[in-house]
Ligand binder design. Structure first.
Ligand SMILES: *[C@@H]1O[C@H](CO)[C@@H](O)[C@H](O)[C@H]1NC(C)=O
Ligand SMILES: *[C@@H]1O[C@H](CO)[C@@H](O)[C@H](O)[C@H]1NC(C)=O
Ligand SMILES: *[C@@H]1O[C@H](CO)[C@@H](O)[C@H](O)[C@H]1NC(C)=O
Ligand SMILES: *[C@@H]1O[C@H](CO)[C@@H](O)[C@H](O)[C@H]1NC(C)=O
Ligand SMILES: *[C@@H]1O[C@H](CO)[C@@H](O)[C@H](O)[C@H]1NC(C)=O
Ligand SMILES: *[C@@H]1O[C@H](CO)[C@@H](O)[C@H](O)[C@H]1NC(C)=O
Length: 278
């Protein structure tokens, strides 16, 4: 791989065992907690699970007040998501300031350790399971940053996670680039996060990509059983995860951001049994 992965987030309830192998997690491992489920967890229980298992980071999809309360003085780093149904109604800066005050400033004062505010989620995706494109990301990102700055919350970074379909289809990672139809917006987005020291957050789903590219399915798994390889210059790829990751690195480098920090915000790890049980 060209670059070290600075962090890797997996979805809640997925086993951590799968993180051995050729992926090196540089800084930390986090968990995504979506609360749209038939069995919802009591926030304090989730905090206990995280502490017992030494998980230092959590992403929340909704910054609900009772959930935030449970994280006061836990030292667990939080990423919260500003949902599109909230953002759509934001017309002026004051609304954003009020929201950031209520959900971030107040709880930060109570000892909640916020690390990221995610402004929307995968706004440029074209994947079928998602909604139509969401406009206004750069404007809302700007407003969020300004709101955080106005409360002097300089260490909390504002960014927006992207799905890998912001990239063009490639046969080799070095061909990596952003999709033509969103390139202009992406360049503005990159300028904003680079200026404000925020990372590029990417969601990587190897199983989705392996079908889309028509690669050997084994290439999506981490167990290194795939005979399928892709050679690109001096790099040999035996796993789709590193292939996708380096494709993003190439795209960022072409846009002038080869050194930008990348956070793998979601990674739906491919379990071998998914295929064996079909
Ligand atoms: C994966 O397998 C190849 C041979 O097929 C080997 O060269 C490589 O070292 C293996 N990688 C890991 C991480 O085990
Ligand atoms: C977003 O902008 C595009 C192009 O300007 C437009 O076609 C689309 O309808 C807009 N989507 C929404 C949800 O406003
Ligand atoms: C947001 O936009 C305003 C007006 O263009 C500008 O003054 C401010 O610096 C921008 N903030 C960020 C964080 O880009
Ligand atoms: C990539 O390939 C998939 C599957 O063939 C196609 O649906 C998609 O539109 C392609 N994306 C681009 C950016 O060309
Ligand atoms: C491949 O490695 C050789 C030897 O280390 C180096 O000289 C060359 O520049 C590398 N090529 C690429 C494309 O990185
Ligand atoms: C990104 O930010 C760094 C650090 O502030 C700066 O040195 C660099 O010029 C920026 N890159 C671009 C392409 O603006």
């Amino acid at each position: 791989m060209n670059k070290k992965i600075s962090s890797l987030w997996i979805s809640f309830l997925m086993s951590l065992i799968f993180l051995s192998g050729d992926i090196h997690v540089g800084a930390y491992l986090g968990i995504n907690w979506g609360r749209t489920a038939t069995q919802t967890f009591v926030p304090s229980m989730v905090v206990d699970l995280l502490l017992q298992n030494g998980i230092p980071e959590l992403r929340l999809f909704q910054p609900s007040l009772n959930v935030l309360d449970a994280f006061a003085d836990t030292n667990i780093g939080l990423a919260i998501t500003l949902q599109e149904n909230f953002l759509r109604n934001v017309v002026e800066q004051k609304q954003m300031d009020d929201y950031i005050h209520e959900r971030v400033k107040v709880y930060s004062d109570k000892g909640v350790k916020f690390r990221y505010v995610y402004v929307g989620n995968e706004p440029f995706t074209k994947a079928l399971y998602m909604k139509k494109q969401f406009n206004g990301t750069i404007r809302y990102l700007n407003m969020t940053r300004d709101a955080l700055d106005s409360f002097n919350l300089l260490d909390i970074k504002a960014t927006t996670p992207h799905f890998t379909d912001v990239l063009i289809n490639v046969t080799k990672p070095s061909q990596g680039d952003f999709r033509e139809d969103i390139k202009e917006k992406m360049l503005k987005f990159l300028d904003c996060i680079n200026r404000t020291g925020a990372p590029f957050v990417v969601h990587i789903f190897p199983i989705y990509t392996v079908y889309r590219y028509g690669f050997d399915v084994d290439f999506a798994f981490f167990d290194n059983k795939s005979k399928f390889k892709i050679i690109d210059g001096n790099n040999t790829y035996t796993n789709l995860f590193t292939f996708i990751y380096d494709t993003l690195v190439s795209a960022l480098a072409k846009a002038g951001y080869g050194d930008m920090e990348i956070v793998v915000g979601q990674n739906w790890l491919a379990y071998r049994w998914i295929c064996e049980c079909k």
